[in-house]
Design a protein around this ligand. Structure first.
Ligand SMILES: Cc1ncc(COP(=O)(O)O)c(C=O)c1O
Ligand SMILES: Nc1ccccc1C(=O)C[C@H](N)C(=O)O
Length: 415
């Protein structure tokens, strides 16, 4: 059985430990919610000051050219690309994940309808997917008004059968936001292709959390967040990946001027840009977009393999300690024990999950709560230590042993 000293010793041996110094985390906080909002890179404050004071304040309109503003979605996309197995010129950082899902789904439907099985009208996804993914698919289907519908499956085991001769698109989230279950992207993509369907992957809980190789998986389209594991900042623009092999056929209905081949030709007709630029729509929030680089540059100092090894060690330790030290309490593990099926979070149910989470937060252990009864703990190897895991479990044990939680705790808009 581990001790706190063992954890401290592991931290001393941990090659990633120094990277914690790249983040500003408040004293007395153990932050286990980087799967929802990543911590702040120290560099972000100076970068924000530079964008606001120098680039905006002094540079003014000139900064679209002189500060690289106009090219920033592409430049950041190229920096992000290696983290998900994409190539230069295949990713842009832009818009929100929801909007990028809409574009990717529209492109996938179009690609599929112009391929072999044009009569297919079903978008398959999971009922347990993050709601915005389902809502965007429902919204697009209704808007198309061509008989498209969304088919929701209830478990990962049912996906293969649901991708049948009617299925146009298989849209999945690589790591489930609630359970931390990780799909086998390569196997499901291969199955979808064998059935004649196109795939759209949401990497919100994968990018920066687990190694992803979009090309090896032969995926078709992907989107994801930068404000979670990539530490881009609250509401930071998301990303969309369109592999080179699909770019010529990639067509999406949000045909704004940033996706035009020559935006400043100011032509009255839309002509899409030839490459990944056609996934853009309109003007981006430059202050927010610029900060994404501060999160990405930390990843340049390590590898996703090193991050994954530590992530699994942290989540294994958390699961073991909770099961040993909180054994008398009604906690249920909903995250897979098998490494291959686990993302970088651990979720436990507790009948008073919301109240227990509020008590944890009050004592500086920040995780979050998702219906039904799920306490969610995100593990971010860039700034979470083994001693953090020990301390978080001790505080959880104490709260449970003392029943030091208020079952009538009032709920904020965000849980
Ligand atoms: C799987 C998944 N997709 C999308 C989103 C968010 O999309 P958006 O940034 O558009 O709110 C989240 C989290 O908010 C998510 O967990
Ligand atoms: N964007 C947010 C805004 C406010 C509160 C939470 C979020 C999240 O990102 C939630 C996250 N996607 C989740 O996995 O639950």
């Amino acid at each position: 059985m581990s001790t706190r000293q063992d954890c401290v010793a592991r931290d001393a041996r941990d090659a990633l430990a120094p990277l914690r110094g790249r983040f500003d985390l408040p004293q007395g906080v153990i932050y286990l919610d980087g799967n929802s909002l990543g911590a702040r890179p120290i560099a972000a404050l100076d970068r924000a000051r530079q964008v606001i004071a120098d680039e905006w304040g002094t540079g003014l309109i000139r900064s679209w050219n002189t500060a690289g503003w106009f090219d920033m979605p592409r430049r950041l996309g190229d920096l992000l690309a290696p983290l998900v197995g994409a190539r230069p010129g295949e990713v842009v950082v832009t818009d929100t994940t929801s909007l990028n899902l809409f574009k990717a789904l529209a492109a996938a439907v179009h690609l599929q309808a112009h391929g072999a099985g044009s009569a297919r009208r079903v978008i398959v996804t999971e009922r347990s997917n993050f709601p915005t993914d389902i809502y965007m698919a429902q919204g697009l289907s209704a808007w198309l008004d061509r008989g498209y519908s969304v088919r929701l499956v209830d478990s990962a085991d049912e996906i293969a059968a649901a991708v049948d001769a009617d299925c146009a698109v298989l849209m999945l989230t690589g790591v489930n936001y609630r359970t931390g279950y990780q799909h086998d992207m390569a196997a499901l993509t291969a199955h979808a292709h064998a059935q004649g369907a196109v795939t759209v992957w949401d990497l919100a809980h994968s990018a920066g959390a687990v190694p992803v190789d979009l090309h090896a998986a032969e995926a078709d389209f992907a989107v994801g967040c930068t404000y979670k594991y990539l530490n881009g900042g609250p509401g930071a623009p998301a990303f969309i990946w369109v592999p080179e092999r699909h770019q010529a056929a990639f067509t999406q209905p949000l045909s704004g001027w940033w996706g035009h081949a020559a935006p400043f030709a100011m032509a009255p007709d839309f002509a899409p840009c030839s490459g990944i630029g056609r996934a853009l729509c309109g003007t981006q929030p430059m202050v927010s977009l610029a900060l994404v680089e501060c999160g990405l540059e930390v990843f340049a100092e390590t590898t996703m393999e090193a991050i994954r090894a530590k992530s699994l060690a942290l989540t294994d330790l958390f699961i073991d300690l909770v099961e040993q030290r909180c054994a008398s309490h009604p906690l249920g593990l909903v995250t897979p024990r098998e490494h291959a099926s686990r993302g970088s979070q651990v979720s436990f149910t507790h009948p008073h999950g919301y109240a227990v989470m509020q008590a944890l937060i009050a004592r500086g252990v920040i995780g979050d709560y998702r219906e039904p009864a799920i306490m969610r703990f995100g593990f971010t190897p860039l700034y979470t230590s083994f001693a953090d895991v020990w301390d978080a479990v001790e505080i959880l044990r104490d709260i449970l042993d003392q029943r030091a939680y208020d079952v009538n705790a009032s709920r904020g808009a965000v849980t």
